[in-house]
Design a protein around this ligand. Structure first.
Ligand SMILES: [Zn+2]
Length: 450
């Protein structure tokens, strides 16, 4: 080995270019790599080197941090320096101790001391980039999975990435997003007015730790322009631009209605817009959708064919093959907009059956269609005209927003507020708004003292 490789940091005077301080952070051997493994630095070594560079820079920056006091804030007396205060700082990949100048009042009767820390100066000891990572990980998987993932990314276990900490941070940031979503969207950032919008509202259930209940409902809504629904192939469609919104609060749908309205505005809703709205038939979904009516030119609520299909399949499984054909003709009528014939057909079908369980299944389907009578349309006609009639695509999105995070094998028992907060981040990520806006929610309110 003829050479070694030194990583050196220098502190240099900008005006004179004179090096005032030089430190060797690390020396590596320069050797021929025997395998790809020895080619360059390995993962843990990269993190370790980064940490050393970071420490050197933080030391230089920390001495510049001043409390801003030129005199004693208590008595107005003169101040003297009183050594340094050590505090924690958690950068994105490494943890550090930083030292900040302490001050003391010279007046012996006052005895005031200024002891700055990262928290008193910046309002937090965690860099926003790390908070962002924690929120993103905590929003898409369980907090324990997030902890494990960050540990792998970081090549080391860090207390700051503990699942309890991730939960705390995610909840805090999610709460800010939740509050922000209550405000109407910024008029300067709105797209051109939409002539037509598609809205889909759906519900899901989340396991709870609240007393006497096993679960509570989460409502989710998606708004997009018809031309953003792109056909990829026969079975795959994609919504290229959408606003997602989600709510688990128990406030008679007030927040959900507001959120959905704001999501629609973000997609270009005006008083001239025609809105087509799909839902699975649950009355709270219709309530949320109908709240859009005063804000648009016309609203066309449609019982989602995807859910109708599921209900029919469910009944078909219970009835067996013998009545499959009759049931199929009921469905055919419904598909062609003949709702009355369809419902009558179900009554006739029921009269033919003696089995209690099968009758009850048919009754359930009939009631479902009757309850949603006003939202049944000619599905065949809509399909021919290339108009939307099923939510199958966004159904996946809604599933992925609620279920991926909240219906995992490790049973996490949520509170309504806890679930609501974390889902706000998830909805924002799904709407492609997180990358642009995360700093507004992650940055603490306190800023660097002057
Ligand atoms: Zn004083």
């Amino acid at each position: 080995m003829d050479y070694e490789f030194r990583v050196i940091v220098e502190k240099v005077s900008v005006s004179s270019q004179k090096v005032v301080k030089r430190d060797t952070l690390k020396i590596y051997d320069i050797q021929k790599p025997e395998s790809i493994l020895e080619f360059g630095l390995r993962h843990a070594e990269q993190i370790s080197l980064l940490s050393k560079i970071q420490s050197a820079l933080l030391a230089e920056q920390s001495i510049l941090i001043d409390s801003g006091h030129t005199q004693c804030p208590k008595c107005g007396g003169k101040l003297s320096k009183l050594g340094f205060m050590e505090s924690q700082f958690h950068a994105v990949f490494s943890d550090h101790q930083v030292r900040m100048q302490k001050h003391k009042c010279k007046n012996p009767e006052c005895n005031w001391q200024g002891t700055p820390t990262t928290i008193t100066v910046f309002g937090t000891d965690i860099h926003p980039d790390l908070v962002k990572l924690q929120c993103e990980q905590g929003a898409v998987q369980s907090y324990r999975d997030a902890e494990e993932h960050l540990e792998k990314l970081n090549c080391q276990r860090r207390r700051v990435n503990n699942h309890v900490q991730i939960q705390r941070v995610t909840n805090q940031v999610g709460e800010r997003v939740s509050q922000f979503n209550l405000n109407p969207p910024n008029p300067d950032e709105l797209p051109v007015a939409a002539r037509e919008l598609i809205v889909q509202v759906d519900g899901g259930h989340i396991a709870t730790q609240e007393q006497d209940k096993r679960s509570f409902e989460a409502l989710s809504g998606i708004v997009y322009r018809p031309n953003c629904l792109v056909v990829i192939d026969e079975h795959h469609r994609q919504i290229t631009n959408k606003s997602c919104t989600i709510c688990t609060l128990d406030d008679r749908l007030a927040t959900m209605k507001l959120y959905l309205h704001h999501a629609a505005i973000k997609q270009g809703l005006t008083a001239e817009t025609h809105v087509t709205a799909l839902a699975d038939g649950a009355s709270n979904c219709w309530s949320v959708i109908l709240a859009l009516e005063p804000h648009c030119q016309s609203l066309e609520p449609i019982l989602d064919w995807f859910h109708i299909g599921q209900k029919f399949q469910n009944v078909k499984n219970a009835l067996g093959e013998t009545l499959a054909e009759s049931l199929e003709s009921v469905k055919w009528n419904l598909w062609h907009g003949k709702a009355n014939e369809s419902i009558q057909g179900l009554t006739m079908l029921r009269d033919k059956i003696t089995d209690k369980k099968q009758r009850s299944k048919l009754k359930g389907l009939q009631e479902y269609l009757e309850n949603n009578r006003n939202f049944l349309v000619n599905y065949d006609e809509r399909k021919q005209a290339g108009k939307v009639f099923t939510s199958q695509v966004a159904e996946c999105h809604i599933d992925s927003i609620i279920n991926a995070r909240h219906k995992r094998k490790q049973k996490m028992q949520w509170t309504r507020e806890g679930a609501h907060n974390v889902l706000q981040i998830r909805a924002m990520i799904a709407s492609n708004e997180w990358e642009e806006n995360w700093l507004d929610f992650v940055l603490p309110d306190a800023v660097l003292a002057a």
